[in-house]
Design a protein around this ligand. Structure first.
Ligand SMILES: NC(=O)c1ccc[n+]([C@@H]2O[C@H](COP(=O)([O-])OP(=O)(O)OC[C@H]3O[C@@H](n4cnc5c(N)ncnc54)[C@H](OP(=O)(O)O)[C@@H]3O)[C@@H](O)[C@H]2O)c1
Ligand SMILES: *[C@@H]1O[C@H](CO)[C@@H](O)[C@H](O)[C@H]1NC(C)=O
Length: 288
């Protein structure tokens, strides 16, 4: 009895304390219920699928892209799926003033924000670099500067809610390969900026998580049109990828690697790896 009181019970208590304070929280779709979320580039592809998952989970969603007609349909579908609310703002992220306006819209309608999912990309080409400097400048505005502008405008709200910033990047933003120099440059810029900012948040005790998602090849119409002639592996499903992104953001992970595929984090030259890698069956998603 003495032994039980003096040793075993305190040990059990300690064990339980360690368990509760250190156990990584498991993902639960309830985490998103009632959350106020902005998704950019949500008129098609992975962004559209993220909007549908969030709607299903009962979040408030604000979607944005340029094409109003598509956004209108996405919003309708979100309402059908059970979104707490759904709305859109249309415009081009080439203009940082528009990027800020989207965040202001969230502030005006919700009075706050819980998750900012930065996902849109401007159109680029998959080929040898053609020397067009202007294209790179524009692509940086769209793929990089607008992400920074939205983050700056959203930060007071995200600090208040202890929210999440989710930045969608690519293998091409970690390991350079051929035929995507402008795109790759913009994705590397995201890593430099947001990974640096994450360090500052940690130093300053700013409890806003930043999740950088390193995606492999995903079966969106635009991606398949651009690279299916060159990359012979089977792309991973966009629905699954979209869910992985939301999950890693909600769990406040720093990086989410190669959604949908196992091989990517270990390769230095993804152009080569893409030809060598075996097709990746659905459900094979992994976190490195
Ligand atoms: N699919 C892949 O294989 C793959 C691989 C690695 C990384 N990723 C990343 O995943 C994310 C989503 O890719 P995705 O394949 O789903 O792309 P996607 O289907 O081409 O969607 C791009 C979205 O961005 C919007 N957009 C394009 N130009 C814009 C502009 N100037 N201003 C505002 N919005 C604009 C598009 O809508 P509008 O045309 O209506 O504006 C669309 O909603 C991107 O960050 C991409 O880099 C994808
Ligand atoms: C940071 O915010 C999350 C979400 O609100 C919370 O679970 C966590 O305990 C917070 N961490 C600190 C150190 O305050």
């Amino acid at each position: 009895m003495g032994l039980l009181l003096k040793v075993i019970l305190p040990l059990m208590g300690l064990g339980l304390a360690v368990y509760f304070y250190s156990a990584p929280e498991n993902f639960n779709e309830e985490m998103l219920r009632g959350k106020r979320v902005i998704v950019t580039g949500a008129s098609s592809g992975i962004g559209e699928q993220m909007a549908y998952h969030l709607a299903r989970m009962g979040a408030h969603v604000l979607v944005t892209a340029r094409t109003e007609a598509k956004l209108q349909k996405v919003v309708e579908r979100c309402r059908e799926l059970g979104a707490a609310s759904a709305r859109f703002v249309s415009g081009s992220m080439e203009d940082t003033a528009f990027a800020e306006e989207v965040v202001k819209e969230a502030e005006n309608t919700w009075g706050g924000l819980d998750m900012l999912i930065l996902n849109h990309i401007g159109h680029s080409y998959f080929n040898y670099f053609d020397g067009d400097v202007d294209h790179i400048r524009k692509l940086l505005e769209t793929n990089f500067l607008s992400y920074v502008a939205m983050t700056v405008t959203a930060l007071p709200m995200l600090k208040e809610s202890e929210g999440n910033i989710v930045v969608v990047s690519s293998v091409a933003g970690k390991a350079p390969g051929p035929f995507a120099a402008p795109y790759s440059a913009t994705k590397f810029a995201l890593d430099g900026f947001f990974s640096s900012l994450r360090h500052e948040f940690i130093i300053e005790n700013v409890n806003v998580s930043i999740t950088l998602c390193i995606l492999g090849y995903i079966d969106t119409d635009n991606a398949m049109q651009a690279v299916s002639h060159a990359i012979k592996v089977a792309p991973s499903p966009k629905e699954e990828c979209a869910l992985e992104i939301i999950r890693s953001g909600a769990l406040r992970q720093h990086e989410q690697h190669a959604v949908g595929c196992r091989w990517v984090p270990r390769v230095a030259r993804w152009g080569e790896a893409a030809r060598l890698a075996p097709p990746c069956p659905p459900g094979e998603g992994t976190q490195a």
